[in-house]
Design a protein around this ligand. Structure first.
Ligand code: HXC
Length: 259
């Protein structure tokens, strides 16, 4: 499928690379881009050869936010009824396979929110994160106030959201917003390398591990640990568990079949 605002590639078996591609607007998220991203995710969810997605932008910008020019004249009723941002955000949030955000340059507003919806963020040393919506007289609208606060704590989240200041890559790593920081020319290699590792695992184990970490955000410790125990036990129903453990004992690489 040909997209106008995305470049979609398969650099490796099981790995889909999605590049946001609106260079003229620093990858600002407009309705076309969000619609296309939704289509890519729907197709990837239905395609069992896709194991993991890497979502990236350009060297200058992951995404500089929602498209301000598209949004500026909208009425309350239009914003409320269109559901456009929310629909696309829901697709990212509900996507069951891992999505890695590879962030270089600006990840602002909706761009920062999109990165935080992914499973983890690998940042280049040039990355800049921020929720500058307050400069526009608005607030984050697709999870920024909630997710940033969970990532970096109340003090930093308030500081960033109320002053609109940006966080550089070093501060983002210190604060737990990103999992690793790498030199900008190594960003894609590092993200694709992580994706290849994930794609080589049992897809059943990947699915369950992702669900379990997500549950840590949504539930109590006791309930989360109980859920983990159940899912851990249930993994013994699959051939992949037998294969993984047999391969360890035999000192060979496992050959997971996803069943
Ligand atoms: C539309 C944008 C844009 C955006 C940049 N551009 N960000 N267009 N929406 N969010 C466009 C500029 O208008 C310009 O187009 C071109 O991209 C290059 O941007 P410059 O500003 O010239 O680049 P630079 O001077 O390097 O500054 C980079 C920047 C700045 C610091 C990232 O562009 C900026 O502050 N952008 C807005 C960031 C922001 O406020 N994001 C939050 C949006 S609200 P032209 O045609 O002039 O060359 C949001 C809400 C989410 O995200 C909630 C959703 C429900």
């Amino acid at each position: 499928m040909a997209y106008q605002t995305l470049i979609v590639e398969t650099p490796d078996t099981g790995v889909t690379l999605v590049r946001l591609n609106r260079p003229e607007a620093l990858n600002a998220l407009n309705s076309q881009l969000l619609g296309e991203l939704g289509q890519v995710l729907d197709a990837a969810a239905a395609d069992e050869t896709v194991r993991v997605i890497v979502l990236t932008g350009s060297e200058k910008a992951f995404a500089a936010g929602a498209d301000i020019k598209e949004m500026s004249d909208k009425s309350y009723a239009q914003m409320m009824t269109s559901d456009f941002f929310t629909a696309a955000a829901r697709k990212v949030e509900q996507f069951r396979k891992p999505i890695i955000a590879a962030v270089s340059g600006y990840a602002l507003g909706g761009g920062c929110e999109l990165a935080m919806m992914c499973d983890f963020i690998i940042a280049s040393d040039t990355a800049k994160f921020g929720q500058p919506e307050i400069n526009l007289g608005v607030a984050p609208g697709i999870g920024g106030t909630q997710r940033l606060t969970r990532f970096v704590g109340k003090s930093k989240a308030m500081d960033m959201i109320l002053t609109a200041r940006m966080m550089d890559a070093a501060e983002a790593e210190r604060s737990g917003l990103v999992s690793r920081v790498v030199p900008k020319d190594k960003l894609l290699d590092e993200a694709l390398d992580a994706a290849r590792k994930i794609a080589g695992h049992s897809p059943l184990a990947v699915l369950m591990n992702k669900e379990l970490v997500e549950a840590a955000y949504e539930t109590t410790l006791t309930t989360g640990v109980a859920l983990e125990r159940r899912l851990f036990h249930s993994l013994f129903a699959f051939d992949d568990q037998k294969e993984g453990m047999a391969a360890f004992v035999d000192k060979r690489k496992p050959d997971f079949k996803g069943r």
